[in-house]
Ligand binder design. Structure first.
Ligand code: GRF
Length: 213
C-alpha cells in the first residue's frame, strides 16, 4: 500500500482547509525532539492550518524542542516535572501557563508524562495527542517496538482526543504505514513520523470542525 492520501483514515477535510475566526490558538506540549511542533508550524506558515502557536511548554531541560522553538521564533516555557511534587501540581502550572498565553487548544506532541484531570478538565474536548500506533493497538511506551514484536503487517499513527487513560479517547485521524521486511524500530519509526507530520495539522483542523472518526 503506498503511503499516499489513500493511507489516511479520517473524515474528509475541506479543500482548502477551513478558516477559523479567530485562528486557533494552540498551546503545544512536548518532551522530545519537537518534529511534530515543526510540522504544525510549517502547516501554519503554508497557510493550510489557520492557527497560531501561542506557547510551547516542555518538561525536559535537554529536549530538542527548546532549540527548535527558538529557531521557529515560538515562545517556549520549561516546566520541569522533577520540580513538582505531583502530576496534578505540574498540570496546574501547565494550565496556568497555557491560559496566560491565550491557548485554547492543547496539542500534546511527544509529551511523555501522564496528564491528569486538572489539565483535561481545563480544556474540555480541546486536548489532543499523537501516538505512533494504530490505536487502540499498542498504547503506552515503545509502540513501534510493540508492533514489530507482535508481527503485525501494518503500523501507523493516531491523533486522538485525550482522556484519562493513557492513549485513549476518540480518534480523529489515523495514517496506515505498512511494515516492510527487515524493518527495525528506527526505520519504521522514521516512516511513521513522516505520516505524523502529515496528519497532525490536518487532525487539528478536523477537531476544530468538531470531528471524530
Ligand atoms: C512521536 O512519535 C509521537 O507519536 C510520540 O512522541 C513522538 C514525538 O516526536 N507521542 P517529536 O518530538 O514530535 O519529534
Amino acid at each position: 500500500m503506498p503511503e499516499t492520501a489513500s493511507n489516511l483514515i479520517s473524515p474528509p477535510l475541506p479543500d482548502p482547509w477551513p478558516r477559523f475566526a479567530p485562528p486557533l490558538k494552540l498551546g503545544v506540549m512536548a518532551s522530545g525532539n519537537g518534529s511534530n511542533l515543526e510540522a504544525i508550524a510549517q502547516a501554519i506558515d503554508r497557510g493550510d492550518l489557520h492557527a497560531q502557536v501561542q506557547i510551547v511548554v516542555y518538561n525536559n531541560p535537554k529536549a530538542g524542542v527548546a532549540e527548535r522553538a527558538l529557531r521557529l521564533g515560538l515562545p517556549a516555557v520549561l516546566l520541569n516535572h522533577r520540580q513538582y511534587p505531583s502530576r496534578e501540581t505540574l498540570d496546574k502550572d501547565i494550565v496556568e501557563t497555557l491560559h496566560a498565553h491565550g491557548a485554547d487548544w492543547v496539542i500534546m506532541a511527544g509529551w511523555m508524562r501522564c496528564v491528569t484531570a486538572v489539565l483535561i478538565d481545563a480544556f474540555p474536548q480541546q486536548v489532543l495527542n499523537i501516538h505512533p500506533s494504530l490505536l487502540p493497538s499498542f498504547p503506552g511506551l515503545r509502540a513501534v517496538e510493540q508492533a514489530l514484536a507482535a508481527g503485525v503487517k501494518v503500523a501507523g499513527c493516531t491523533v486522538h482526543h485525550v482522556e484519562l487513560a493513557v492513549d485513549s479517547g476518540p480518534v480523529i485521524m489515523q495514517a496506515v504505514v505498512p511494515i516492510k521486511p527487515g524493518d527495525t524500530p528506527t526505520t519504521l519509526q522514521a516512516r511513521i513520523q513522516q505520516q505524523e507530520h502529515r496528519i497532525y495539522p490536518a487532525a487539528i483542523a478536523l477537531a476544530a470542525l468538531g470531528h471524530t472518526s
